[in-house]
Design a protein around this ligand. Structure first.
Ligand code: RAT
Ligand code: ZN
Length: 418
């Protein structure tokens, strides 16, 4: 009998689920990490960990100096301030603070000493390429999907020049500026040789499709992607609605690509906080139901920002098989909400879901994001398989491994390939 057929005599379901979840490598389907070929765009190390915008927002709850005084500081000075206020002056109980400690622990560093200087010294000795492998190994992540924007002036030249791809890093074509700011974006695209105008007539739409095709090819994009404000409506004859209907969806359909939607974000609720200043609001699911229903030949992957939208989104997934739900995004990426969302999803849509993505912006963060989520997902699965056992249905190890592989990226790969 092979190892995976064997239920390892006498081993209870709790230990079996723990063993399989901790041994299954994840495909992290949404991050803000980069293939190492992007050089400094790939953030890593203690100063980037401490200046993560999730922590900046929390630190400003205690800071009593003007916002601009913080932004004037160098990155390591900002990191010092955040370390001092969030780790030394108060205990680091928030999810993002705890994450820094889990990450350092995963890297083998001592956190008890509270010695930022020695952590920095250790980091300074690391080789970036080996560091990427180490973080992925500790986090048990096999593949990482980046977020790739042709509209990003730092990123675009790297794609244009070309580079040897690291097979562990795959791309997602992110098009927020095109859909949410057509007035400015069309001028940028015109400057790159696409014959587009402010008016979305047939010739402009065809050029937009050419742009999408060119960039999907260049990046070998696995899907197209946008974050949307809570006010998004469908159908809608705004530039956003027209571009989605007449350019993005046809492009995705023709190429078998999912369109990933991230609804619920309110950008710049407090602009003084810069990247930390975005907020959220509930959206009306009816718009999305109309979208999924009108386009049965398109595939949609959705993660919603507001906790309040999660239940109706699961119900929508029961109605529309062209919808794949993923992740506990940003403000929902806290253990008690991950627990609630994961259980709700398992109970409503079974295993046809991707419970988590990391949204990591700093390489090292994959360690804590995956370790914390694995623990919550493990507990939810133990309960689900224990409930099954009460009926006499005992899952084999092979079935368990199949299920967990699906949850950790396998189901999404199948959805993309469909
Ligand atoms: O979670 C985040 O880091 C946010 O700043 C956003 O980038 C969000 O994840 C997004 O992809 O828009
Ligand atoms: Zn993101």
């Amino acid at each position: 009998m092979s190892n995976s057929d064997n239920n390892q005599a006498g081993e209870g379901i709790e230990s079996r689920v723990r063993r399989v979840v901790s041994g299954t490598e994840a495909y992290d389907i949404h991050t803000h990490l980069y293939d190492p070929a992007f050089g400094e765009l790939l953030l890593w190390g203690i100063d980037d960990l401490l200046t993560y915008h999730y922590l900046v927002a929390e630190a400003f709850r205690y800071f009593d100096f003007p916002y601009e005084d913080f932004w004037k500081l160098s990155k390591s000075e900002q990191a010092d301030k955040i370390w001092d206020v969030l780790f030394l002056q108060h205990s680091p109980v928030s999810e993002a603070c705890r994450g820094v400690l889990t990450t350092l622990q995963g890297l083998g560093l001592d956190v008890a000493g509270r010695d930022l200087g020695s952590i920095r010294a250790w980091m300074a000795e690391q080789d970036p390429a080996e560091y990427v492998s180490k973080c992925m190994e500790v986090a048990k992540v096999r593949k990482i999907c980046m977020t790739n924007s042709p509209f990003d002036d730092l990123e675009r030249p790297v794609w244009e020049k070309g580079f040897e791809r690291d097979p562990r890093f795959v791309a997602a074509l992110r098009i927020d500026p095109m859909l949410l700011d057509w007035e400015n974006t069309h001028q940028q695209m015109a400057g790159w040789g696409y014959n587009v105008s402010a008016t979305l007539d047939e010739s402009t739409l065809s050029e937009v499709r050419r742009f999408l095709a060119d960039w999907s090819d260049k990046m070998d994009a696995q899907f197209a992607m946008v974050s949307l404000p809570p006010t998004f409506a469908y159908p809608d004859d705004s530039p956003c609605g027209t571009l989605i209907e007449k350019a993005v969806l046809p492009h995705c359909r023709e190429n078998g690509l999912p369109f990933a939607l991230m609804p619920g974000v309110k950008r710049g609720v407090n602009p003084l906080l810069q990247m930390a200043g975005d907020g959220l609001a509930k959206f009306d699911i009816a718009n999305y139901e109309r979208l999924f229903s009108a386009h049965p030949d398109n595939k949609f992957a959705v993660t919603a920002l507001s906790r309040e939208n999660q239940h109706e989104l699961c119900v929508a997934a029961r109605k529309f098989r062209n919808l794949h739900i993923f992740g506990c995004w940003w403000f929902t990426n806290i253990p008690h909400v991950i627990d609630e969302m994961t259980r709700m999803r398992l109970e409503l849509i079974g295993l046809s879901v991707t419970p988590q993505h990391s949204d990591a912006r700093v390489m090292d963060q994959v360690i804590y994001k995956w370790s914390h989520s694995r623990e919550v997902i493990t507990r939810a699965l133990i309960d689900k398989y224990s409930d099954l056992e009460k009926t006499g249905w005992v899952v084999s190890d092979a079935e368990l491994e199949r299920d967990v592989k699906d949850l950790f990226g396998g189901a999404f790969e199948t959805f993309c390939a469909r």
